[in-house]
Design a protein around this ligand. Structure first.
Ligand code: T5A
Length: 217
């Protein structure tokens, strides 16, 4: 089990939140904050992030896969995550590169647990199998009312399989995310994502600066 701690050379930061929370927009802000400190950064996303993972992502988001059962969804997400960890995340962290990931396992607890009603103990079993002791060092949770997030993404092209869900699904997702934040107050930092972009970025910069101070950078 020696590999479990070897990834610790770099830090692993994840961004979470419902659709339209602004994670992708703010990922660039986090990246800039770290690079200003001379830190090498790799940005990536889930589901996806590796060649096999991106193929699994296509299936997961495809509206043509409507009716996929929750167990299949969870297993595909962890299959993609195993590839992502093996081929991208762990090698980067082992080299001392910091990894910034747009969504990770908190999304599985929130979407498949809070949204689809999958037992969190089943998710925890797969988390232990696929990740061992690997967990993010910092998670920024972008929180905003569901209607505001959906209004933002509604301005884009055709909805994917998740975006086609009813508002009640996303209320379940948001509630579970907030519960995760309450259970892990050290790791998960809440960002008020309903504010204008510049004000969200200011909160992000503050949280990243706090984290850098905590880890002595
Ligand atoms: N999924 C994923 C699971 O169900 N389980 C899992 O375990 C994992 C890992 C991924 C889907 O997969 C699901 C969840 C997702 O449904 P995705 O396309 O990667 O799909 O979806 P999202 O990550 O949700 O990407 P979005 O683009 O929808 O949301 P973002 O990244 O949070 O938002 P962003 O930055 O793209 O912004 C959206 C729009 O809002 C504007 C932007 O300009 C953009 O137009 N915006 C703002 N507008 C006003 N004020 C602000 N502060 C704004 N910030 C951004």
């Amino acid at each position: 089990m020696g590999y479990l701690n070897s990834y610790k050379k770099g830090k692993f930061i994840t961004l979470e939140g419902i659709e339209g929370a602004g994670k992708t927009t703010q990922l660039a802000v986090v990246r800039r904050c770290l690079e200003e400190q001379g830190i090498a950064v790799l940005t990536t996303r889930e589901p996806g992030g590796s060649p096999v993972g991106e193929r699994i992502r296509t299936m997961l988001l495809d509206p043509g896969c409507k009716g996929m059962v929750a167990a299949t969804e969870v297993l595909l997400l962890f299959a993609a995550r195993a590839e992502h960890l093996a081929h991208k995340i762990r090698p980067a962290l082992e080299q001392g590169t910091w990894v910034l990931c747009d969504r990770f396992t908190d999304a599985t607890y929130a979407y498949q647990g809070g949204g689809r009603g999958v037992d969190p103990e089943r998710i925890a079993m797969l988390e232990a199998y696929v990740q061992g002791s690997m967990r993010p060092d910092l998670t920024l949770l972008f929180d905003l009312p569901v209607a505001s997030g959906l209004a933002r993404v509604g301005k884009r092209s055709a909805p994917d399989r998740f975006e086609s869900e009813a508002e009640g699904f996303f209320e379940g997702v948001r509630t579970r995310y907030l519960a995760i934040a309450r259970s892990h107050p050290q790791r998960v930092r809440l960002i008020d994502a309903g504010l204008p972009v510049e004000q969200v970025s200011a909160q992000v910069r503050k949280q990243v600066a706090g984290f850098l101070a905590r880890v002595g950078r």
